[in-house]
Design a binder for this molecule. Structure first.
Ligand SMILES: Cc1ncc(COP(=O)(O)O)c(C=O)c1O
Length: 387
């Protein structure tokens, strides 16, 4: 694939095969498995298990409660900054904790607080949890909810906030963050971006684009582990007025003063709620070590090249329709009758992807551990299974 031009980037997509192999060595993936489900649950970096042993044995077992003042308490902000680097946020604007669903709630409630506008607009094809939470927020805040396609949002001065998925979880389509953020701001609305399928996939410029809020999970392309804590981005200029609807003691200005009245921390800490899930958070922290030297622009090139390669082979070898548009994340979705049965057969033959009802096979390409050979072989096995 090296050197093939790609229309969504417009520059040669140089894939360094050697480097892909080197990174693969950092991950625990069983022999014989082609793992194409990093868009659901990323593979574990090999050193995480050992680190967690140290965390349990030393930090928890030996240091006991002292560990809270030896790094645990600040972990949500410290790890938030590590993620911030990957999503175009200056330090002090991202905090890790809670689930994506909970963070969608915080961000949306924060966005509609005090508004005289009347509607929340939600991506029509959003991952369901975002839509469900938006409905709760609309009902709690007395607003209407309107579903719309990102390509025709029809925003007006009634729109308080727009909730958008950066990459569509079903088709893999990548939405234009710059244009859509500008569109929302053009009518004075705010925008909340769900980065679940784009964090760790491509360079994101939250600060530069003036995004109002962003949230995302860490268990997909960021390899944080099953149920690892999510993140929320609140830019500096919004922090003073951002009202966290879940006013837990971790977001208090003086959490250990044990005051009866809630007074929020002046900064990003106000987005915290309760005691962080330290074991999961430190597994994420360890996993992020593999991300420290990753150049996201280069990674993006590899992701585009891998997905292009897989698409080409699927189209050549199977009669199946690829529904992922050219402007995409690291995912290729294929329409396939009886998708559940086909995926079970693929998994039995070592190709692990997933399916979404009624008829979509999803294949995620994490360039840190998926190789060109994997992409070609997976397409060949898919052709064999569906022949
Ligand atoms: C776009 C998107 N938002 C949210 C979620 C899940 O939210 P939570 O981590 O709260 O289960 C997913 C899970 O796949 C997702 O794809």
């Amino acid at each position: 694939m090296a050197g093939e031009a790609h229309p969504t980037i417009g520059v040669p997509g140089a894939v360094d095969r050697e480097e892909l192999r080197v990174k693969r060595e950092l991950f625990d993936i069983p022999e014989g498995v082609i793992y194409l489900d990093g868009n659901s649950l990323g593979a574990p970096p090999r050193h995480v298990a050992e680190r967690m042993q140290e965390v349990v044995k030393h930090q928890w077992g030996e240091r006991l409660i002292r560990s809270w003042t030896e790094g645990w308490w600040e972990a949500p902000q410290r790890i938030g900054d590590r993620i911030g680097r990957l999503i175009g946020s200056a330090p002090g604007q991202v905090v890790v904790g809670d689930s994506t669903s909970v963070n969608v709630f915080k961000a949306l409630m924060g966005a509609v607080k005090g508004t005289s506008r009347t509607e929340i607009v939600c991506d029509e094809s959003t991952f369901p949890t975002d839509g469900y939470i938006a409905q709760s927020v609309a009902s709690l805040a007395g607003l209407k909810i309107r579903a719309a396609r990102p390509s025709s949002l029809d925003l007006t001065e009634d729109t308080a906030v727009v909730l958008l998925n950066h990459v569509d979880y079903r088709t893999g389509e990548l939405h234009d963050m710059k244009a859509l953020t500008e569109q929302a701001h053009g009518v004075g609305a705010q925008v909340v971006w769900d980065l679940c399928h784009s964090a760790g996939v491509l360079p994101i410029e939250l600060d530069a684009l003036g995004v109002d809020f962003a949230i995302g999970c860490t268990y997909k392309f960021l390899n944080g582990g099953p149920g690892s804590p999510a993140f929320i981005y609140v830019p500096q200029h919004k922090q003073g007025t951002f009202e966290n609807p879940l006013s837990g003691w971790n977001g208090h200005r003086e959490p250990f003063a044990m005051e009866p009245a809630y007074e929020p921390d002046p900064g990003i800490v106000r987005a915290r709620v309760g005691t962080p899930d330290i074991l999961s958070m430190l597994a994420l922290d360890a996993a992020l070590d593999v991300w420290d030297d990753v150049d996201l622009a280069e990674l993006r090139q590899r992701g585009l090249a891998l997905t292009a390669l897989f698409r080409k082979h699927v189209e050549k070898l199977t009669g199946l329709e690829v529904i992922t548009p050219e402007v995409r994340g690291n995912q290729i979705s294929v329409r396939c009758p009886d998708a559940g049965t086909v995926m079970r057969e693929l998994i039995a033959r070592g190709v692990i992807g997933d399916h979404r009802p009624p008829d979509v096979l999803r294949f995620g390409f994490a360039p840190l551990y998926v190789t060109d050979e994997d992409a070609i072989k997976a397409a060949e096995i898919l052709a064999d299974v569906t022949r």
